[in-house]
Design a protein around this ligand. Sequence first.
Ligand SMILES: *[C@@H]1O[C@H](CO)[C@@H](O)[C@H](O)[C@H]1NC(C)=O
Ligand SMILES: *[C@@H]1O[C@H](CO)[C@@H](O)[C@H](O)[C@H]1NC(C)=O
Length: 275
Amino acid sequence: MASILPWGRKRHEYSVLLEKLHAKHKGDPYWHKNTVWENVEFIALLMVSVLTISALAILVAMLVLFVVRTSLSDQQCSKRLSIWSPLQEQVSYIEYDFDNAFAHQTIYRGPPTAERDAAWGALWRYNGVSIPASKLDKVNRTEDLGNGQHLMRSDVNHTTTKDRSYRALIEVFHQLHCLDLVRQYTWREYYFSHKDKVSTPADLLVSEVEQRMHVDHCLETLRLTLMCHSDITPLMIIDDPSSPLGSSADFNVHHKCRDFEKIREWMEENAGRAE
Ligand SMILES: *[C@@H]1O[C@H](CO)[C@@H](O)[C@H](O)[C@H]1NC(C)=O
Ligand SMILES: *[C@@H]1O[C@H](CO)[C@@H](O)[C@H](O)[C@H]1NC(C)=O
């Protein structure tokens, strides 16, 4: 490496010369002093070089890290920010406006009909999936749950522990089931008084206490889910003199979302519809 001092190239020649002179003047205190000075200068130069190289290396490393970080795909970011899932490769993001004005009509809104209940059921009625033993640590579990309970196996008699797999549901479908149950519960009387038009959901054909427990579990599931995801998307307020408050909310909020249809496609192919 070239020295940062101009005489660096001559260093070798010079030290040869010095050594010759040193040999010639052995015992002379002047030459002894000079050799010490040369060592000090050399060490200083070495330290400057090492520091310069270190600083450069750190700079390059930071640059590489910056480029790598900023070039992560949405899916790679999602992997980093989520618990492992067999669906992690299915995650992709799309941006769109929610279509949810206050009185907006969709198949999901309104009193129960066979069609409406089927549309809701279609959002979440999927079979479970299989989680290989090698991924258990990624979902923070071991086969033996340590409280006398064990995970349910989905493999067929594999003898080696590492070949085993375990049954699991996928949260978003459990969460949608919960929302559906709360919806059904709000129409409970309606179901019982319109038995000719729409069949009563199985979850409402249990005792009142059991219904209440299920609904409370579901409300809690949704509370935990909403807080876990903490959607910080701005919901804009519209200047609206016709409204009693002088303003109204723009519920058609622009969101960046996981593409639910892509996740559903994977479930169709790999888990299959339930019932
Ligand atoms: C699960 O995570 C907790 C911390 O959140 C950790 O203490 C525990 O060891 C983990 N258990 C397994 C089986 O990975
Ligand atoms: C699994 O193993 C048990 C005991 O070894 C045996 O009784 C059972 O028939 C096996 N099941 C299947 C599906 O192979």
